[in-house]
Design a protein around this ligand. Structure first.
Ligand code: HEM
Length: 177
């Protein structure tokens, strides 16, 4: 059954405030620890997405019918997407001082998901929330409330830019999950 945590809507948020230098440093420092466990963390994030929000599996031909988390975990398509998500975040973290590069990465990402994969933008909002949850739970020694605040800003910016691309390409639907 779909998680009942209140409706998640795909409204575009206010443009998030830019990160300050100390927030960039906090993100870089914590990401270095997280990225050491790239595969495990990426898979944990996606399993949580697909278990808590099963409708998000609809876009993945190889496991859209799979419910068992252990079987999901073995899916090559899931593991590949987990690595892609982690690598994309890594690129953003490596370019925190280069706003133009970050925007161009997010534009490509938004375009591919809107036009090629036809993913509803609400799933980006859900996934960015899941990423934060997993970081906070799995890295409690590193993700203090202050660090979580910095990550929230970055993840809000990811969603804001991706949602902007969806608007640009004329994405019509705004369903709630
Ligand atoms: C931070 C969020 C995300 C990142 C960084 C990300 C990254 C990527 C990348 C790099 C690719 C391959 C490149 C491409 O096709 O252009 C990809 C493919 C794909 N993504 Fe995402 N993605 C994200 C969120 C999502 C979400 C929320 C969904 C759906 C619930 C999704 C569904 C897909 C699908 C179906 C593919 C094609 C998979 C395949 O061909 O096996 N992605 N993603």
């Amino acid at each position: 059954m779909e998680r009942q945590q209140g409706e998640v809507k795909a409204d575009r948020l206010e443009r998030p405030d830019p990160l300050c230098d100390s927030e960039r440093e906090m993100i870089k420092d914590t990401w270095a620890k997280v990225y050491q466990n790239c595969d495990d963390v990426g898979v944990a994030i996606l399993i949580r997405l697909f278990v808590n929000f099963p409708s998000s599996k609809q876009y993945f031909s190889q496991f859209q019918q799979v419910e068992d988390p252990e079987e999901l975990e073995r899916s090559a398509q899931l593991r590949k997407h987990a690595r892609r998500v982690m690598n994309a975040i890594n690129t953003l973290v490596e370019n925190l001082h280069d706003g133009d590069k970050m925007v161009s990465v997010l534009k490509l990402l938004g375009k591919a998901h809107a036009l090629r994969h036809k993913v509803e933008p609400v799933y980006f909002k859900i996934l960015t929330g899941v990423i934060l949850e997993v970081l906070v739970e799995d890295f409690p020694d590193y993700i203090t409330p202050e660090v979580a605040g910095a990550w929230t800003k970055l993840l809000d910016a990811v969603y804001w830019h991706v949602a902007g691309v969806y608007e640009e390409v004329g994405w019509a639907s705004s369903s709630a999950v």
